[in-house]
Design a protein around this ligand. Structure first.
Ligand SMILES: *Cc1c(COP(=O)(O)O)cnc(C)c1O
Length: 396
C-alpha cells in the first residue's frame, strides 16, 4: 500500500445516526414556539412513555447522559461499599461507582461472551459487597439468570449498564426490565441517540420516584426541596432527536444488520479473524461490529492491523483497551495491587471495532475488508518490517 489512503475522508466507528431531518427540525420548531426547552417538557414525557412501552417496562426516567443516569441509579438503589463490575467496559461504569465513593471491584469476564463470568463474580463477594453492575457488552445480554440467582442468594442489589443494549432481548424479554434497574446511554455514538442523553428503566415505583427527584435537584414542587439531588434532566431538543430516531429505529437496526452481514462475508476465510456473533433468535441491534484477532491463528497482531487501517483512513477502535483496571485512578491505587484478570487482558488485546451505522455503505465495507485481507496476507512483510524497526529502536 503506501501513497494516498484508500479513503480520502476518514470513516469512523460511532459515526452518529441522524434520522429524518425534516421531522427533527419540525419538532425543534414546535419546541421554540412553545418556549419549553427543558424541565419535564412534552417531548421528554412522550419519549419516556414510548421507550417504556418499547421495552415493556413500567418506568423510563430520561437523563442528560448515560453516566449521570448510572450515578443516579446507583444512589437511588443505595449501593455503597464495594460493587462488582467488569473491567472490560467503558470507563464510565467504574467511574460512576467511584464518583459515589464506592469501590468498583473488577471481576473477570467469560472470554466467550465478553460479559461477567458469574462464577468469578461469586469469588469477588466480600462482607462489604452491596451489589453487582452487569454490562451487556456489544448488546449481548449478560448471563442474567445466573446473576439474578446469585444476587438473590447473597442479598445483593443487581443492576445493569445497558448502554449497548437498546432494542435487544434476552430469552424473548426486552433489555430494560432486568435487575433492579437498567441504564441506557443515548450518546451520539450509540445506535439510538438523543445527541447526549440516557435513561434508567425500572419496574420499581419507589426507585423511579426517587430518581425523578434526584435528577431535578430534589424539587418536589415550587420552593420545595425534599431530597439531595443534582441536575440530570434531559432537554427538549434531545428528546426531539430521540422521538425522531425511535420512529426509524427498525431501519437503523436493518442497516446495521446488513453491514454486519457484509463484514461477515468480506472477512470469511481471513485467517485468525472472526466476528463476535449475535444470537439470531433474539432481538439484536448489531450496533458493534467486533472483529477478534486471535493471536494464535492470525499472522499479525490486532495493533498492527489497527495501524494499517488508520493509515488507510479507516478509524477502527480498540474498545475498552487496556481495561478499566489499567486506567487511573484504579491503576495506581494500592487497592488493586495484584489484581489478575487474564480473560479481560486477552480479549482487550484482541478486539477491533469496525465502522458501521447509517454513515457507512456496503461499498465502504467491501473496501475495509479488502484492506484487512491484504494486510493479513502480506503479514510476513509487515511483521518483518516492524521487527526490524523495533530492533533499530533498541539499538539507538
Ligand atoms: C457510552 C457508555 C456509557 C456512558 O454513556 P454517556 O451517555 O456517554 O455518559 C456507559 N457505559 C457504557 C458501557 C457505554 O458504552
Amino acid at each position: 500500500m503506501g501513497g494516498s489512503p484508500a479513503f480520502s475522508h476518514p470513516i469512523h466507528v460511532g459515526s452518529p445516526n441522524v434520522g429524518d431531518r425534516r421531522r427533527f427540525l419540525a419538532r425543534i420548531e414546535d419546541m421554540l414556539d412553545r418556549r419549553w426547552l427543558t424541565n419535564d417538557g412534552p417531548f421528554v414525557r412522550e419519549l419516556e412513555e414510548r421507550i417504556a412501552r418499547f421495552a415493556g417496562v413500567k418506568h423510563c426516567v430520561a437523563m442528560c447522559n448515560g453516566t449521570v443516569a448510572l450515578e443516579i441509579a446507583i444512589r437511588a438503589l443505595n449501593l455503597s461499599g464495594e460493587v462488582i463490575c467488569p473491567a472490560f467496559t467503558f470507563i464510565a461504569t467504574a467511574h460512576a461507582l467511584r464518583w459515589q465513593e464506592i469501590k468498583p471491584v473488577f471481576c473477570d469476564i467469560n472470554p466467550d461472551t465478553h460479559n461477567l463470568d458469574p462464577e468469578e463474580v461469586e469469588k469477588c463477594i466480600t462482607k462489604r459487597t452491596t451489589g453487582i453492575v452487569g454490562v451487556h457488552l456489544w448488546g449481548r445480554p449478560c448471563e442474567i439468570e445466573a446473576l439474578e440467582s446469585l444476587a438473590e442468594r447473597k442479598k445483593l442489589i443487581l443492576m445493569f449498564d445497558a448502554a449497548h443494549a437498546f432494542g435487544c432481548s434476552r430469552r424473548g424479554r426486552m433489555i430494560g426490565g432486568f435487575g433492579q434497574a437498567e441504564v441506557f446511554s443515548f450518546h451520539a455514538t450509540k445506535i439510538f441517540n438523543t445527541l447526549e442523553g440516557g435513561a434508567v428503566l425500572t419496574n420499581n415505583d419507589e426507585v423511579a420516584g426517587k430518581m425523578k427527584l434526584m435528577r431535578n435537584f430534589g424539587f418536589a414542587g415550587y420552593d420545595c426541596v425534599t431530597y439531595l439531588g443534582m441536575n440530570g434532566k434531559m432537554n427538549e431538543a434531545s428528546a426531539a432527536m430521540g422521538l425522531t430516531l425511535l420512529e426509524s429505529f427498525g431501519e437503523l437496526v436493518d442497516t446495521n444488520n446488513r453491514n454486519y452481514a457484509a463484514y461477515r462475508d468480506g472477512l470469511k476465510d481471513v485467517p485468525g479473524i472472526r466476528l463476535v456473533e449475535y444470537d439470531q433468535s433474539e432481538k439484536c441491534n448489531y450496533q458493534y461490529v467486533v472483529a477478534q484477532v486471535d493471536g494464535g491463528h492470525c499472522p499479525i497482531s490486532r495493533d498492527i492491523l489497527l495501524d494499517a487501517l488508520h493509515r488507510e483512513n479507516v478509524v477502527a477502535r480498540r474498545y475498552f483497551y487496556p481495561g478499566c483496571h489499567n486506567m487511573e485512578p484504579y491503576k495506581s491505587s494500592g487497592e488493586y495491587a495484584g489484581l489478575s484478570l487474564p480473560a479481560t487482558d486477552r480479549v482487550a488485546s484482541e478486539v477491533l471495532i469496525l465502522p458501521t451505522g447509517t454513515a457507512i455503505t456496503p461499498t465502504d465495507i467491501a473496501e475495509v475488508c479488502g484492506i484487512i485481507r491484504t494486510v493479513v496476507h502480506h503479514a510476513g512483510e509487515v511483521v518483518a518490517r516492524s521487527v526490524s524497526l523495533g530492533n533499530k529502536g533498541r539499538e539507538a
